[in-house]
Design a protein around this ligand. Structure first.
Ligand SMILES: Cc1cc2nc3c(=O)[nH]c(=O)nc-3n(C[C@H](O)[C@H](O)[C@H](O)COP(=O)(O)O)c2cc1C
Length: 250
């Protein structure tokens, strides 16, 4: 029999329809506690969470994220903040001055930590029966999020996530992925496998949407092109700079 953790991971999907029932406070605390034990680069702990339960504020975040109804329908919204303010305080305590937030390395270390934390929150939430969707849409308007959450210099709202009780009549579907061999490669990168995987998956995703009656959904190639042929969030670099971040090596 497959291990229950593996079963949970194989079944994971974004949940965008909620029943409206509340996330129990004790469960939320457990989720936060479990998530905090995620690994973190240099033990810097450069992630902070802002938990929003106030429905008017959640509605505002939904608006800032580009008008996403699945955000407005969530019981809880958690913003994951890349937090080099905490580490600046620690560095200062040691009598030194932090510069890592001005480097490409710092941005990557912070972004990786945020991603790991996001997954830990979702995994813990799923285990307790809650549904969730990651929300990168908050980077459509980072300045307004920074203002709303009162984020200090050296911090940035990288992503968020919804939490709620899944609507049992619309539990979401497990979305297929590119072929495993074109994703997990042995010993070296295999360009041909990746290309074939893309071509195969483009058709597979089209058939998947058709099979669940969503004929208007774009294929993988079309959907990726729709996003990646332009820079869809146009103020990220500017707002990072305003928060004291830079992208350099020394
Ligand atoms: C960093 C990140 C940002 C995302 N942002 C959004 C978002 O703003 N809105 C949304 O509906 N889904 C968002 N998603 C969810 C993806 O669309 C979803 O994970 C993907 O389509 C795969 O579907 P699945 O999670 O159901 O397997 C995001 C996912 C990630 C990891």
């Amino acid at each position: 029999m497959t291990h229950p953790v593996i079963t949970q991971l194989l079944q994971r999907r974004s949940v965008r329809q909620f029943s409206g029932a509340a996330v129990a406070e004790a469960d939320l605390q457990l989720i936060l506690q479990a998530a905090q034990q995620a690994p973190t680069s240099i033990n810097g702990q450069q992630v902070s969470l802002i938990v929003t339960r106030d429905k008017a504020r959640i509605a505002r975040i939904a608006e800032l994220a580009g008008g996403q109804p699945q955000v407005a329908g969530a019981d809880v919204f958690i913003t994951l903040v890349m937090d080099f303010n905490r580490t600046a305080i620690a560095t200062e305590l040691a009598g030194a001055t932090q510069v890592i937030e001005q480097s490409a390395e710092g941005l990557m270390a912070g972004a990786v930590d945020v991603g790991i934390m996001l997954n830990a929150i979702q995994t813990a939430a799923n285990a307790l029966g809650y549904g969730s969707t990651a929300i990168g849409g908050i980077r459509a308007n980072p300045a307004a999020m920074i203002d709303l959450l009162q984020l200090p210099s050296k911090t940035f709202p990288l992503a968020g996530l919804t939490l709620g009780v899944p609507d049992p009549s619309q539990p979401g579907v497990v979305k297929p992925r590119v072929p495993l061999a074109s994703f997990a490669m042995n010993e070296h990168y295999n360009q041909q496998a990746v290309r074939q995987g893309v071509e195969q998956y483009d058709q597979q995703l089209r058939q998947f949407w058709d099979s669940i009656g969503l004929r208007e959904m774009p294929s993988y190639a079309q959907s990726t092109a729709n996003y990646y042929q332009r820079i869809y969030f146009p103020t990220v670099a500017e707002n990072l700079q305003q928060q004291g971040f830079a992208f350099k090596d020394q």
